[in-house]
Design a protein around this ligand. Structure first.
Ligand SMILES: Nc1ncnc2c1ncn2[C@@H]1O[C@H](COP(=O)(O)OP(=O)(O)O)[C@@H](O)[C@H]1O
Ligand SMILES: [Mg+2]
Length: 387
């Protein structure tokens, strides 16, 4: 058994999810025990700097270095704080870092994905071997570099008889489609995965704008629940080419940006929508884009959908996904089947680090489009630890 820290901050840029886990086994026999979990919010100034860079604001290499220092330090602090009071310390850290740029591969050009928070600083700050930069190897092999969690989902959430969709509702949504365990036995060949599009990112931007930054998200979806969905607008927004593109596919804040929200708000003017109506309609875009992608890209609809990520706390969004899927397909959260819905992505990067050290591949070519399965991440060893 190995004690490992997993660190993740996603496209919502809300904070660093940190887990301390005990991991036994490797793939089919993988077992993860969650010892501790916390989200360490970014300071408002660091968050707004990151959001500006994600929105395409130019910065010098020197400014990039300073931002990287601040993010790496925050990740190192998170790794230390999640272990406070624990007598047994982690022997390994898996750190995703903070994505500030993501370019999917297109016609002959490799993708590019940049995560700040360099692993050397985390390794030396904590005295612990650290794996980081998980997306680069998949991208070099022609993949999207995303989603990287499906193989962990196969190991932790496959069901013996049910076909499951594990739907992450982060800033950007992504799905892993898990056939019943028997047919997933070759670990992932029949597993599909893709980014479904915006999950919280446009909602969060709209809420911040409507409240002049006083609120950063629609807690429980209560504001959206007071509005009325503008169906013609949802249909119009679903015409966006990303939703029609076949998987594998990935996206980010480069497409679903503040400028994208402004275009949506302009569209909404023609219908004279209230703020609540706009939030209801944006929430419907998230729900409809997810369900539409299952109907379009899957031969068989799932028997169950398991939600995870912060958006799984949005009661209204969950209700809309359930309604669009109809009662035939129950919508649960991964909490309900034993995997903490807020911690799962951070757990995944602890597992990917574990696999990296063992030389086990982390990506599923069926989900990322890479030409082969490869171990993911760069290993950083602090001085004094040998190799
Ligand atoms: N109680 C809640 N109600 C509605 N939305 C929530 C709630 N808690 C978190 N969220 C949403 O989830 C987001 C964070 O989810 P997370 O899984 O951390 O995404 P990411 O991986 O992109 O950082 C927040 O920005 C917010 O939009
Ligand atoms: Mg987050």
């Amino acid at each position: 058994m190995q004690r490992i820290v997993g660190l993740m901050s996603g496209t919502s840029v809300d904070g660093i999810d940190a887990v301390l886990v005990d991991i036994a086994g490797t793939e089919r026999d993988l077992a993860v025990h969650l010892v501790a979990f916390e989200t360490y919010a970014y300071s408002p100034s660091l968050r707004s700097q990151i959001l500006e860079v994600c929105a395409g604001s130019p910065l010098s290499v020197e400014e990039l270095a300073t931002l990287d220092d601040a993010i790496a330090q925050s990740f190192a602090d998170a790794a230390i704080n999640i272990q406070a009071g624990q007598s047994v310390k982690a022997t390994l850290i898996g750190s995703h870092g903070q994505t500030v740029f993501h370019r999917p591969p297109q016609s002959g050009q490799l993708g590019y994905s940049l995560q700040l928070g360099r692993g050397d600083v985390i390794a030396h700050g904590t005295g612990t071997k650290t794996v980081s930069n998980f997306r680069a190897a998949d991208i070099a092999a022609g993949g999207q570099g995303a989603p990287l969690v499906p193989k962990i989902d196969v190991c932790l959430l496959s069901h013996p008889t049910l076909r499951r969709c594990v739907q992450n509702l982060g800033g950007i949504g992504n799905v892993a489609v898990l056939p019943p365990l028997d047919s997933a036995l070759d670990l992932g060949k029949n597993v599909k995965g893709w980014d479904t599009g915006p999950s919280n990112v446009l909602l969060d931007l709209a809420v911040s704008q409507f409240t002049q930054g006083q609120q950063t998200y629609d807690a429980g979806g209560q504001w959206a629940a007071q509005g009325t969905i503008c169906q013609p607008l949802v249909e119009h927004w679903l015409q966006q080419p990303f939703f029609c593109e076949s998987p594998p596919k990935s996206t980010g804040r480069e497409l679903f940006s503040p400028a994208y929200l402004q275009a949506c708000l302009q569209d909404a003017q023609a219908y004279q929508l209230s703020e609540a109506d706009i939030l209801a309609t944006l929430t419907e875009l998230t729900a409809a884009s997810i369900v539409h992608s299952y109907r379009t890209f899957l031969d068989l609809m799932p028997d169950q959908v398991l939600l995870c990520g912060g958006g799984s706390r949005n009661v209204y969004l969950r209700e809309r996904i359930q309604t669009l899927l109809t009662d035939a397909i129950p919508v649960l959260t991964t909490d309900e089947v034993g995997v903490n819905a807020d911690a799962k992505e951070a757990i995944a990067f602890a597992v990917l680090a574990h696999w990296r050290i063992l030389g086990i591949s982390g990506n599923l070519p069926s989900a990322t489009g890479a030409v082969q399965a490869v171990p993911l991440g760069d290993i950083h060893v602090p001085w004094g630890l040998g190799s």
